[in-house]
Design a protein around this ligand. Sequence first.
Ligand SMILES: Nc1ncnc2c1ncn2[C@@H]1O[C@H](COP(=O)(O)OP(=O)(O)OP(=O)(O)O)[C@@H](O)[C@H]1O
Ligand SMILES: [Mg+2]
Length: 113
Amino acid sequence: MKKIEAIIRPEAFQPLRHQLDQAGVKGLTVSEVAGCGQQKGKEGIFRGTRYEIKLYPKVKVEMVVAGHEVDSIVKIIMDTCTTNETGDGKIFVSAIEEVYRIRTAEKGKAALI
Ligand SMILES: Nc1ncnc2c1ncn2[C@@H]1O[C@H](COP(=O)(O)OP(=O)(O)OP(=O)(O)O)[C@@H](O)[C@H]1O
Ligand SMILES: [Mg+2]
C-alpha cells in the first residue's frame, strides 16, 4: 500500500475530485495548507536585496491506495492539476505499513476497499 500526497492549487481541487471520483477513488483526506517551493515564495526584489517570503495557500490531498493504482492516480493528478506555470504543486508517494478499518477491525487491503 502506498500513500499519495498531492499538494495542489486550491482551484485545481474540484476538477481533481471529479476525476478521482470517476476513477473510483473513494477515501481521501483533504487539508488547506500553506507552503512554498523552489521559488521560495519570493515576491521580487524590493529596495535592493530585500524580498518578501510568502506562503501560498495550497490544498493537500492524501490517498492511501493499492500499489498497482499509484501510476494511474499520479497521471490523473498530473493531467488535471497542471497549468504549466510555477506553483502547480508536488506529488509525494510513500509506503504505508498497515491500514485498519475501525468499525470492522479489517486490516490491509480489505480495510482499503
Ligand atoms: N520539497 C518539498 N517538501 C514539502 N512540500 C513541498 C516541497 N516542495 C513543494 N512543496 C509544497 O508544494 C507546494 C507547491 O510547490 P511548487 O509547485 O511551487 O513546487 P516547485 O518545486 O517550486 O515547482 P515549480 O517550479 O513548478 O513551482 C508548496 O507551496 C509547498 O506547500
Ligand atoms: Mg514553485
